[in-house]
Design a protein around this ligand. Structure first.
Ligand code: OAD
Length: 245
């Protein structure tokens, strides 16, 4: 795979690299993306039916069961070559920030150490009423189960539409965008805010923005480089070229 010489030269001397990932990075592990026409999760479900606080209030059992299904799926699959290359690249650069919209934990399982999770993590559970993290509860057959502290309904520890992002994660992501020399946007449709504005913020602060995605997105025109390809092909080739593997 051929990369632009100027990009390779820049990466060889870069000290601060930040990466934003989305569902496309986990596609090759077998986790369906959200918006891809044939396989995307939103092709079968409407987001407002499943991924909002209103939907949970309306039909908590459906929402809980949908996330339970996704949680089991995420536990069954393994990190792919793209995740592994990102973990290797983390060790290659003095400062490397990995920001993900994914809730599947695959970056961590691949060995990435400092992962900023913008949309939470599907393995965690919170109380819908008091918002606190719940580590364990009694299975009494009720779906969703109840919070052992206050009796409220339990919900997945992910961020839904119409909810704010975890403030510390958003702060860390903003800082990572503002301080990067090179900012990668990988496997994301670049449609969901505020994550979608991070590459633009990085660009405003002087970063060279590189997109890796098999198809075009609203970012493609504005990125300095748009590499058309799958994360599992492009990232290992890049990591190899930079001596990270
Ligand atoms: P999307 O499903 O919107 O976009 C996935 C992107 O991955 C698309 O642009 C695909 O072209 C690309 N893609 C597919 N296969 C790929 C591969 N092998 N390598 C690289 N790219 C590939 O997913 P996100 O952008 O992550 O939020 O969606 C953002 C947020 O919207 C999600 O975090 C989720 C969703 O609603 C919440 O649940 C809050």
């Amino acid at each position: 795979m051929a990369f632009d010489d100027a990009l390779v030269a820049l990466l060889r001397r870069a000290e601060r690299v930040s990466v934003l990932t989305g569902a496309g990075v986990s596609a090759e592990s077998g986790v369906p993306t959200f918006r891809d026409a044939q396989t995307g999760l939103w092709a079968r479900f409407r987001p407002e039916e499943l991924a909002t606080p209103e939907a949970f209030r309306e039909n908590p059992k459906l929402v809980w069961e949908w996330y339970a299904w996704r949680r089991e799926l995420c536990a069954r699959v393994a990190p792919n070559a793209g995740h592994l290359a990102l973990a290797a690249l983390e060790r290659r650069f003095p400062t490397f920030r990995l920001i993900t919209q994914n809730v599947d934990g695959l970056h961590q399982r691949a060995g990435s150490r400092a992962v900023v999770e913008l949309h939470g993590n599907i393995t965690t559970t919170r109380c819908f009423d008091d918002g606190g993290v719940v580590e364990s509860w009694e299975e009494l057959g009720e779906v969703p189960p109840r919070c052992p502290r206050c009796g409220g309904l339990l919900r997945p520890g992910v961020v839904w539409f119409n909810e704010s992002l975890p403030p510390r994660a958003l702060e860390a992501a903003t800082e990572a965008a503002q301080s990067a020399e090179v900012f990668f946007s990988i496997g994301t449709s670049a449609l969901v805010q505020p994550a979608a504005s991070l590459p633009l913020l990085a660009h405003e602060h002087g970063a060279i923005v590189v997109e890796i995605n098999p198809g075009p997105t609203p970012l493609s025109q504005r990125a300095d480089y748009a590499i058309a390809g799958r994360a599992g092909d492009v990232l290992p080739a890049l990591a190899d070229l930079l001596g990270a593997l």
